[in-house]
Design a protein around this ligand. Structure first.
Ligand code: S3P
Length: 195
């Protein structure tokens, strides 16, 4: 049983981190925080616009800063972006600030769930299957290295996944007692998106 201050969901795009995370948070009576939405909120720009203006590298820096700020909190269910495991700093941080669950998904299910998507810059590619396969191959060892638990979302719907995951969590994770507040990490400055 691991005692940790947050529950952190990692895994590829379309694995259900946000949908499962939101419902799980409700059931656990904890606030839900989606790191992608926090990045958009902090910058005042959408993720596609951040990629357009600053490239993937700029996005990863913003993601690292926001993840650090969110992880400093306590008692939250945190959904991360699929690439949050890419930076070594994030891979070091997450297991120290949470019980980390890797939501895994088959390529077919991923493609099915993302078929309508226009908001994920890395997916705007003529061959989505190949793109997702490459990303999966590159990132699978990183998810495995960071995770305390892997949960295969399979073909189950969100409700079933949440119920099963909740049962597993009761056996593996306990929320640690709150610590005295750490000095707050300031929010990153908004982006200048004026033309
Ligand atoms: C990304 C996944 C996205 C978002 C960004 C980059 C990735 O989050 O952070 O488009 O590198 O896999 P989701 O996993 O929530 O789709």
């Amino acid at each position: 049983m691991k005692s940790a201050p947050n529950l952190i969901l990692i895994g590829p795009m379309g694995s259900g981190k946000s949908s499962i995370g939101r419902r799980l948070a409700q059931r656990l009576g904890l606030p839900f925080v989606d790191v992608d939405r926090e990045i958009e909120h902090a910058t005042g720009a959408s993720i596609p616009l951040i990629f357009e203006l600053e490239g993937e590298e700029g996005f990863r820096e913003r993601e690292r800063d926001v993840l650090a700020r969110v992880c400093a909190g306590h008692g939250q269910v945190i959904a991360t972006g699929g690439g949050a495991v890419l930076l070594p700093a994030n891979r070091e941080l997450m297991p120290t600030r949470g019980f980390v669950v890797h939501l895994s998904v088959t390529l077919d299910n991923q493609l099915r769930r993302l078929v309508q998507d226009r908001n994920r810059p890395l997916l705007q590619h003529p061959d989505r299957r190949e793109r997702l396969r490459q990303l999966g191959e590159q990132r699978a060892p990183l998810y495995a290295a960071v995770a305390d638990l892997e949960y295969d979302t399979g073909r189950s719907g969100v409700r079933q996944a949440v119920e099963r995951l909740e049962t597993l969590l009761q056996q593996h994770w306990q929320l640690s007692a709150p610590q005295p507040p750490a000095p707050e990490i300031p929010a990153p400055a908004p982006m200048d998106t004026a033309p």
